[in-house]
Design a protein around this ligand. Structure first.
Ligand code: KIV
Length: 271
């Protein structure tokens, strides 16, 4: 029996069971093998290979430029690392909005080439057909409502969404639609906590919040943000669990000083 087979993997059913037992779901993003190894070992249930890789890994201003092949490259490293977590991979901008056939082709490419376990798609009614088509191929889909960063140029700002009644109503309807289509969960990004709680209580499938308050069934953060690698990004919803920027800067500075002082490598570090 292999070591892997002894570990009980997280599946979409696990997440639904957790919701029914009121057990909160912990999710983080990861984009490479080393980080995903650590995240998985810590017992995080869901690892999202987010298109936020476009920002934190590639340095783009938005999530729009990242390509399907680049997402697959990131997801491959994560999948190779993970023994337990459910790996969800973002369908990037431009890979599913055109029509449902394109959506299916993109989702199949991700599943085949990365080995990920599910995909995430931003939007509700406007991509209903595409979501249904991907689901019909047996590919689990996680929805994403509220602040959907792939639509940043439509919104014009990263501020809280659905504060007005009309948008809030639309979001509630979209959440129910995603559930009825067969999505296994839905990310709620940057919406009022009261609305997120209401949506969470109206669904059987789990909601995963980011900037959506404590009433969601789980939470997700971008790993670079929660580790304090990104010093310039400090929205109200972000809790920093480490100050890695400072720790890394100390290490780099110390290394530089040791090299310049001919202190590194010493005898015991040489052959
Ligand atoms: O791309 C991403 O990291 C995300 C999360 C913020 C939910 O979509």
């Amino acid at each position: 029996m292999s070591v892997h087979s002894e570990i009980k993997r997280v599946t979409t059913n696990t997440l639904r069971d957790m919701k029914s037992k009121n057990e909160k779901i912990a999710c983080l993003t990861a984009y490479d093998f080393s980080m995903a190894t650590l995240v998985d070992a810590a017992g995080i249930e869901v690892i999202l290979v987010g298109d936020s890789a476009s920002n934190v890994m590639a340095g783009h201003e938005t999530t729009l430029p990242i390509t399907l092949d680049q997402m697959i490259y990131h997801a491959q490293g994560v999948v190779r690392a993970v023994k337990r977590a459910l790996v969800v991979v973002d369908l990037p901008f431009g890979s599913y909005q055109g029509n449902s056939e394109e959506a299916l082709r993109s989702a199949i490419k991700i599943m085949k080439e990365s080995g990920g376990h599910a995909v995430k798609m931003e939007g509700g009614k406007e991509i209903e057909e595409s979501i249904a088509r991907v689901l019909s191929a047996g590919i689990p889909v996680m929805g994403h409502l509220g602040l959907t960063p792939q639509s940043i140029y439509k919104f014009g700002t990263y501020t809280v969404r659905a504060k007005e009644e009309q948008e809030a109503q639309m979001l509630k309807e979209n959440a129910l639609l995603l559930e009825s289509l067969g999505c296994f969960g839905v990310v709620l990004e940057k919406i009022p906590a009261k609305l997120a709680t209401e949506v969470s209580q109206s669904l059987q499938i789990p909601t995963i919040g980011i900037g959506a308050g404590a009433g969601c069934d789980g939470q997700i953060l971008v790993i670079h943000d929660m580790l304090g690698i990104n010093k310039d990004f400090s929205p109200r919803f972000l809790r920093r669990y480490a100050d890695l920027a400072a720790i890394m800067n100390d290490a780099f500075t110390q290394y530089k000083n040791d090299v310049k002082a001919s202190d590194f490598p010493n005898k015991s570090e040489s052959y």
